[in-house]
Design a protein around this ligand. Structure first.
Ligand SMILES: C[C@H](O)CC(=O)SCCNC(=O)CCNC(=O)[C@H](O)C(C)(C)COP(=O)(O)OP(=O)(O)OC[C@H]1O[C@@H](n2cnc3c(N)ncnc32)[C@H](O)[C@@H]1OP(=O)(O)O
Ligand SMILES: NC(=O)c1ccc[n+]([C@@H]2O[C@H](COP(=O)([O-])OP(=O)(O)OC[C@H]3O[C@@H](n4cnc5c(N)ncnc54)[C@H](O)[C@@H]3O)[C@@H](O)[C@H]2O)c1
Length: 310
């Protein structure tokens, strides 16, 4: 057993460290995850540039971000409304928006990518960023399921590349998975761990393997739940009730799939099935495919396994 744990017990020499302190963060993609990451980074004192494809998307994201911040403030400053308002104002003041991704990284210590789960699109983005960003800038992807190495090889900074995997909703979920590829330097890895901690999160380390820790367990569980329904064994509602009351999960698998986004779930399972076609845990589902083809992506479109229309 000792050998199994060996890789995770590396010791780092702090005296030789050139570990960068991360102050300026660029978050690319202002969707569900990017907006949450920007919110948490700014709430913990970092200056953030939030990037998306156009200003309309960014304006909508900033609106969602403000609402989320107000929810946090309501709790944090329960008896101090003015303090809560100042908190929201201060955090928003630390976030700039930008539509030009090359320009957005000019001063960045760290770039966190949270765009669509598509390898070619991510590689194209990082190749462009690699030419624009300063030498010291660390790159990280928030990918749910793609190999970090496959994304990193689009750049010439493999030693300054890693994975930072946050969870949805970012302001509430306490975990960040930190992924290193064989070329990630100790200093880069340490900086990523420190950044996760500076965000107020608990960090865990995992090798660059499909789904890292959480999704490697969670996604097959969600797909197996769908297969229960496809076989006619139980309804989504009953499965959700069973897993909440019988296993203590905060959401059942169908509520969670709608929350994560069925498009994201489909991207993940299709990608793994293509790469590992013989793994029975990585098989796609006709039911998920149909919902996605109908544009029923879960909470973000108002309908998925459930209707979320108000
Ligand atoms: C696929 C990817 O790669 C990986 C993933 O991300 S997998 C998904 C991981 N996430 C999960 O498993 C989430 C499971 N669900 C949960 O933990 C909980 O249901 C939850 C934290 C989302 C919501 O909590 P819950 O008690 O069920 O609901 P709710 O009453 O709406 O929220 C409780 C409090 O959480 C806070 N909250 C929830 N969402 C928030 C957000 N987006 N921003 C700020 N605060 C939020 C609020 O303070 C809220 O209190 P409020 O109602 O007074 O505003
Ligand atoms: N949804 C989740 O629960 C979850 C959790 C952890 C990780 N992730 C991962 O995070 C990433 C983002 O997921 P999401 O759920 O936030 O997606 P999303 O669809 O909500 O947001 C993606 C955003 O990226 C923008 N975008 C796309 N291409 C871009 C480009 N070239 N430049 C700038 N912006 C671009 C889109 O306009 C969109 O606003 C994915 O890799 C996903 O797998 C998702």
């Amino acid at each position: 057993m000792a050998g199994v744990f060996k890789v995770f017990n590396r010791s780092f020499s702090s005296s030789a460290s050139t570990m960068a302190q991360i102050k300026q963060v660029t978050v690319i993609g202002s969707g569900l995850m990017g907006a949450g990451i920007a919110q948490v980074a700014a709430s913990t004192g970092h200056n953030v540039v939030l990037v998306d494809q156009n200003q309309d998307i960014l304006d909508k994201s900033m609106g969602n971000l403000r609402k989320s911040l107000q929810r946090v403030a309501k709790k944090k400053y329960a008896d101090d409304a003015a303090g809560g308002e100042n908190f929201v104002k201060d955090v928003l003041g630390k976030i700039q928006t930008e539509t030009d991704s090359a320009k957005s990284v000019l001063k960045a210590d760290l770039v966190i990518e949270a765009i669509v789960e598509n390898l070619d699109v991510k590689r194209k983005l990082f190749k462009q960023l690699d030419q624009a960003a300063p030498q010291h800038t660390i790159f990280a992807s928030n990918t749910s399921s793609l190999p970090i190495s496959d994304i990193a090889t689009s750049t010439k900074r493999l030693d300054r590349f890693g994975g930072l995997h946050y969870f949805n909703p970012v302001p509430m979920m306490k975990l960040v998975e930190v992924i290193r590829i064989p070329d990630t330097s100790d200093d880069t890895f340490k900086s990523l761990v420190e950044f996760g901690k500076a965000n107020g999160k608990v960090t865990v380390e995992c090798k660059d393997t499909p789904g890292f820790i959480v999704n490697r367990l969670l996604v097959p569980y969600m797909m197996e739940s769908v297969r229960l329904v496809e076989r006619g064994d139980a309804s989504p509602r009953d499965i959700d009730t069973a897993m909440k009351l019988g296993a203590g999960y905060p959401m059942g698998p169908f509520e969670l799939a709608d929350y994560v986004g069925l498009d994201t779930v489909k991207f993940i399972i299709d990608g793994w099935c293509e790469k590992y076609p013989d793994n029975p845990l990585f098989q796609p589902s006709a039911m998920v495919n149909k919902l996605v083809s109908e544009g029923k992506l879960g909470m973000k479109t108002g309908e998925g396994f459930y209707s979320h229309k108000k």
